[in-house]
Design a binder for this molecule. Structure first.
Ligand code: BV8
Length: 259
């Protein structure tokens, strides 16, 4: 396993020679856009709260306005930031190789950078639905200019229920279509293909199990993360750097020598 902060030649060669590249991204992918990662200390009002305690059906049942205030803040935050050079590099890579992007992230920064996202494993902040009758909610929610501690959720026009964010909370099943698409993409991998794992701590399942499944298919697994994670040991290569620094260099190496 090569571990380096610079881009090792073997990593550039693996991506250059790959027929298919499966990219699995986590919250670290959006960190350089200014979106806090899930396990970084929360900022401001929610500093005292652990996201994995907030992102649960129980938290919503206990206090919908408190949970909705957190999501409204996150929706506004994502709306006000831009994709970073890492997002843009992955969009560029798709013009050079067959790329499948699967993300745990609930933001739309991959799409805004030009990537087609095959699966949002944990849903999407921008998809709202009624918590009771599940009717999709297409109106723009009221978003406060500054974070607030409580905010009344939008009301479902069909049944009067509270509108919730279309994300997957802990303890909830992942969208079947997202899981199927991801598992099909892994099934299609063969020796010589690459699984690029960017910006995830490898803690949350079933997403955290996908790199091992790619490894079992003979793919070369490459981690891009500034620090060691729960999946580092299984990777063929680990590049200790950030998404916005490493990915443009990696894609540049492929573009310079399309192979
Ligand atoms: C499920 C949406 C079947 C919400 C998220 C007990 C009961 C029920 C389930 C479980 C249980 N015990 C375990 C489970 C399974 C559970 C789980 O895995 N828990 C963990 C905590 C152990 N999983 C589930 O519940 C899943 N559902 O299993 O259903 C089931 C059902 C019932 C009963 C049993 C089984 C649903 C999980 C989905 C949760 N929803 N998000 C929201 O966003 O509000 S998960 C959340 O964590 C985000 O989506 C985030 O993306 C995701 C994963 O975290 P990461 O992406 O890895 O982010 P993290 O902050 O951890 O790490 C960031 C990384 O980036 C770090 O490594 C950092 O070094 C790096 N980094 C930082 N800066 C950069 C960088 N990298 C590159 N560049 C940088 N600049």
């Amino acid at each position: 396993m090569t571990q380096t902060a610079d881009l090792p030649r073997a990593v550039a060669a693996a991506v250059r020679d790959a027929r298919r590249i499966l990219v699995l991204t986590g919250a670290g992918m959006s960190a350089e856009s200014g979106v806090p990662t899930f396990r970084d200390a929360q900022t401001g009002l929610w500093e005292a709260f652990d996201p994995s305690q907030l992102a649960t059906p129980q938290a919503w049942r206990d206090d919908p306005p408190f949970v909705w205030a957190w999501y409204a803040w996150r929706i506004k935050l994502v709306r006000d930031v831009e994709p970073n050079a890492g997002h843009r590099a992955l969009a560029d890579l798709a013009a050079l190789r067959e790329v499948t992007v699967v993300t745990q992230n609930v933001d739309d920064l991959h799409e805004r950078a030009g990537s087609e996202v095959a699966a949002h494993l944990h849903g999407a902040l921008t998809e709202l639905r009624c918590a009771d009758c599940h009717t999709q909610y297409d109106d723009a929610p009221a978003l406060p200019d500054e974070p607030v501690e409580r905010l009344a959720p939008e009301t479902c026009a069909a049944c009067g229920g509270d509108v919730r964010p279309g994300v997957v909370w802990f303890g909830e099943m992942l969208p079947e279509e997202a899981v199927r698409t991801t598992e099909d993409a892994i099934e299609a991998l063969a020796p010589g293909d690459v699984c690029l794992v960017v910006g995830t701590s490898g803690i949350v399942f079933p997403a955290a199990g996908y790199p091992a499944m790619a490894l079992a298919k003979g793919a070369t697994v490459i981690e891009v993360n500034p620090v060691e994670t729960d999946i580092s040991d299984m990777c063929h290569h680990v590049v200790r750097g950030t998404a916005a620094n490493v990915l443009p260099e990696l894609v540049g190496a492929v573009a310079d020598d399309p192979g």
